[in-house]
Design a binder for this molecule. Structure first.
Ligand code: IMP
Length: 433
């Protein structure tokens, strides 16, 4: 039995796609269990670059069956667009994609609600309709699942009930009621029934598919979207996403029980980034000539989905230790280490000052975390370009010490160090914590 989970330990964008791609060879199924097209996963193969937001990254590998589990929210235009762009790049993936009939569907009114009714303005959401779609799922009366797209008459009945209600809600809640879009049942129905027909061959009971795969001794790779600190329950609420990005989401979001997991790999950057609103205690706000801007430029820290510049800060060991514990990680990976080359000194947050005391644990409440000031240890940097390092010994001693230090602080081995976006720019090594 083998089931691996790759999960981000910060606020998303930890370069999980690269690790998933790396592990693809040894797995048969790649499974997404949470989020939707708010995620941004980039994989670089030589001069080819793929950016996916809804499809699991592992779909790029022709031996893999890719699964969109019931815990994902599906925006059908994006699903079809990503399949088409893969086809253009020579990857025909539609026969290898399975979409849960129980996954909920994002409609244009969800996007309008997210953008016009506060989500984007207060939480800094990606504006993709994620929160409103999950709200409708939990609220039930307005939620529509992928399986329902396959029955046009039924879909029309549902939309005829829901859309007039949604139009009223949008008018009532929009910051600018005169500008908020209104939706026509007939138009939305036609578009979605048509898309439903296109995705029909891919729709199935993915929970049973995965259980059968496990019985056949197939190897499953679960690909988390977003980071653990954006988890709806354990993240920095309210500045979080609407799903369970921690591996706890696997059970409910795919139907595969947690005890099937044999390996949980936590992915962390060598520094911190965050997009959208919410506290980030180690954020560097040292201006256009500062270290924050330098890391942003070298690390190309701009959102894959929205293009927004990411907020950048030093590594926060309290945050990663918290996430790794909640995720149940066996090991961690340190990504984008090359981005820190050329800094004389590197800071690592090892404590917070909170309500007049020094504490050594993470504060997960978003409002309380904003009151925490980082306490740093400073360690020596390195000047060498490390992007060509392929084994631990190729790294300057200071870079090795830095990784060892992170491993010690988190209390877990570091199994992979990434020194560039390409698959080759990877050091496989066990640094024990
Ligand atoms: P939502 O997921 O669009 O509702 O956005 C909620 C918060 O999660 C915002 O701060 C987003 O910027 C953040 N977020 C959502 N998806 C990602 C991701 O894949 N990477 C990083 N941040 C994300």
């Amino acid at each position: 039995m083998s089931a691996t989970c790759v999960v981000g330990l910060q606020w998303g964008d930890e370069a999980k796609g690269k690790i998933v791609d790396f592990l693809s060879d040894e797995h048969d199924f790649v499974v997404r269990y949470n989020g939707g097209n708010n995620a941004g996963h980039t994989v670089v193969w030589g001069d080819r670059k793929f950016a996916l937001s809804l499809l699991p990254t592992g779909i790029l590998r022709s031996h893999m069956t890719a699964v969109i589990g019931n815990g994902v929210v599906v925006f059908p235009p994006k699903l079809l667009e990503e399949l088409a762009s893969l086809k253009e790049a020579g990857i025909d993936a539609k026969d290898r994609l399975r979409v849960s009939a129980n996954a909920h569907v994002i409609f244009p009114y969800h996007v309008a609600e997210d953008v016009e009714c506060g989500g984007k303005a207060t939480i800094g959401t990606t504006g993709r309709g994620i929160g409103p779609c999950y709200s409708d799922k939990v609220n039930r009366a307005n939620g529509i699942r992928v399986g329902e797209l396959l029955n046009p008459e039924h879909l029309k009945t549902r939309l005829s009930d829901i859309i007039p209600r949604k139009n009223k809600v949008l008018k009532a809640l929009a910051q600018d009621p005169d500008k908020v879009p209104q939706f026509e049942v007939e138009k939305v129905w036609k578009e979605y029934a048509e898309m439903g027909d296109k995705i029909r061959p891919m729709v199935t009971d993915t929970a049973m598919l995965l259980h059968d795969a496990l019985k056949d001794r197939k190897k499953l790779l679960f690909e988390a979207a977003q980071g653990s600190l954006l988890d709806i329950d354990h993240g920095t609420f309210p500045f979080v996403t609407s799903s369970h990005s921690l591996p706890s989401g696997i059970w409910s979001g795919t139907g595969v029980p947690a005890r099937q997991l044999t390996r949980i790999i936590g992915v962390a950057k060598a520094y911190t980034t965050r997009v959208g609103s919410g506290p980030c205690p180690t954020e560097l706000t040292d201006g256009p000539e500062g270290i924050g801007e330098r890391i942003r430029k070298i690390g190309r820290e701009y959102g894959t989905v929205t293009g927004r510049p990411r907020r950048v800060g030093w590594f926060d060991a309290l945050a990663v230790r918290y996430s790794a514990a909640l995720a149940g990680c066996d090991e961690i990976t340190v990504m984008l280490l090359d981005v820190l080359s050329g800094l004389d000194e590197i800071k690592v947050c090892v404590g917070y000052e909170y309500e007049g005391k020094k504490i050594n644990y993470f504060v997960s409440d978003g409002v309380e975390l904003a009151k925490c000031k980082p306490v740093y240890e400073t360690i020596q940097g390195w000047s060498e370009d490390i992007s060509k390092a392929r084994k631990l010994e190729d790294l300057p001693v200071q870079a090795r010490r830095y990784v060892q230090y992170l491993s010690d602080l988190i209390g877990l081995p570091v199994s992979v160090i990434s020194v560039g976006p390409d698959r080759e720019q990877t050091i496989l090594n066990k640094i024990s914590g």
